[in-house]
Design a protein around this ligand. Structure first.
Ligand code: NAD
Length: 440
């Protein structure tokens, strides 16, 4: 175990070995074995990453928008040409199948493409004679050093939600990836350097709570972007704002899908499979609760169940449909939810704990519960695994009330052929984002 390679940091344009003496194991979830260690930064390493970003800021802020745009275009081209390599890295540490890994890179690449429009995005505004004889203008300016703290489930896409735009806008960045899958971030930083990004503009600091706290409290960090679980999001928001930083912190999720009696059940079942079991349910937009408005629940369950039989769970590099979960701890936690659902009296239609996969990886097959009720933990809590719950209700009003009373949000989708029902859904569902599928 001790001769495993260690993923260090990327500071001032170079890979930096770990000096803290603190490390964590990084697993290949499909094999179930540790394949690397990751450095867990100490105070000196935190200081070094922030100092590097701070030193690079004045020159990068003063670099023309045209030049920054050129670097973004070059980064986009390199990423597009070499995304296959990045997908392999993601699959080897996260476990998701290669097509899911490529999908997340594509979503991240879209942000890079958006950031190539930075000259336009940085435009200010001008109002003549806002008050008598007074003209008013506003400009967009970079803030300085920005900290990005990201979760395990999208080791490339979530960092790419933030660092391309932050950097294109003239900020410098210290990214603290998840310690469960740290290599994608280092690969992206090296690629960005190859695209012409000056040293120090983009730094990767690997670590745990100590590194996060370092970013949240350091006087030279101006802003924080965080994505992860809700308790940590709350902590990051409170601590960062207390230290005078601008903070955006995105937390956990539980997404509903409402299926009305007039909907196309084949389409709804396909969507449930893709949205429930893609990336083994380790997605903040994964569908977790399906609210079936009677009398279609049994017909929907039958369709989902029959499709589940075709899902091949296995190593993400070997043509499987669904890979393992990220760690044994997480696999066991998701399995404990299945046990809790059974104990609470839900009908276990398909039990993912019984899946047969070669090897010792952190596998759990797709799982389906029927007759789930709102008081059950499998409904109330974020499971973050391949577990779908069917809740049966009798009316559309009941479905809307259920969705709106859930403490978690992120997205909800509706299946119906009735445009009026869809419109009502759009106006009355309170959770963040609404996707409406009206197959008419
Ligand atoms: P997590 O909260 O455990 O970790 C997120 C980051 O916080 C990691 O970099 C981790 O090192 C750090 N961290 C963990 N514990 C910490 C502590 N005590 N103090 C300071 N920092 C700490 O989340 P995760 O398990 O990596 O990711 C899964 C979660 O992310 C799920 O809840 C999922 O819903 C959420 N997520 C949300 C979105 C969204 O858009 N809202 C997107 C992706 C993931």
């Amino acid at each position: 175990m001790t001769n495993l390679p260690t993923v260090g940091h990327f500071i001032s344009g170079h890979r930096q070995p770990s000096t803290s003496g603190r490390t964590a194991e990084v697993f290949d979830p499909a094999l179930g074995v540790a394949t690397k260690h990751v450095a867990l930064a100490n105070q000196a390493e935190i200081e070094s990453a922030i100092k590097s970003a701070n030193a690079a800021f004045p020159a990068w802020r003063d670099t023309s928008l045209a030049k920054r745009q050129q670097v973004m275009f070059a980064f986009r081209e390199l990423l597009n040409a070499r995304k296959g390599e990045l997908a392999q890295i993601i699959t080897a540490e996260h476990g998701k199948v290669l097509s899911d890994a490529l999908g997340e890179i594509t979503r991240g690449q879209e942000v890079v493409e958006f950031a190539t429009g930075i000259p336009h995005l940085m435009k200010g505004s001008y109002s003549e004679n806002a008050s008598t004889g007074v003209d008013v203008y506003s400009t967009r300016q970079p803030l300085g050093v920005v900290g990005v703290i990201s979760p395990f489930n999208f080791p490339a896409m979530v960092p790419m939600w933030f660092f391309p735009l932050a950097i294109a806008a003239g900020n410098t960045v210290v990214l603290k990836p998840s310690e469960k899958d740290p290599s994608a971030a280092i690969w992206l930083a090296e690629l960005f350097k190859e695209a012409g990004l000056p040293d120090g503009v983009f730094n990767v600091l690997n670590g745990d709570k100590e590194a996060v706290d370092g970013l949240l409290t350091h006087p030279d960090v101006a802003a924080i972007s965080f994505v992860g679980s809700t308790p940590i999001a709350n902590y990051v928001y409170e601590t960062g704002t207390k230290h005078g930083k601008r903070v955006q912190a995105l937390g956990g999720a539980k997404n509903h899908m409402v299926v009305l009696p007039d909907s196309d059940l084949e389409l709804a079942a396909d969507a449930a499979i893709n949205a429930g079991f893609g990336s083994a349910g380790e997605r903040c937009m994964a569908i977790s609760a399906i609210v079936a408005v009677e009398p279609i629940a049994s017909a929907l369950v039958a369709r989902i169940k029959s499709r589940m039989a075709d899902i091949k769970t296995g190593d993400g590099t070997k043509g499987s449909d669904m890979g393992p979960l990220v760690t044994k701890v997480h696999r066991d936690k998701v399995a404990s939810y299945i046990e809790a659902g059974e104990k609470a009296g839900a009908t276990l239609v398909k039990d993912g704990r019984k899946v047969k996969v070669d090897g010792e990886g952190f596998f759990l097959g797709p799982t389906l519960f029927d007759n789930v009720t709102p008081d059950m933990s499998i409904y109330k809590e974020e499971i973050f695994g391949p577990v779908l719950s069917i809740l049966r209700v009798n009316t559309y009003d009941e479905a809307l009330a259920l969705v709106n009373s859930h403490p978690y949000g992120n997205g909800t989708s509706i299946f119906t052929n009735d445009g009026g029902a869809a419109r009502r859904f759009q106006n009355e569902v309170e959770v963040g984002m609404v996707g409406i599928n009206v197959p008419i």
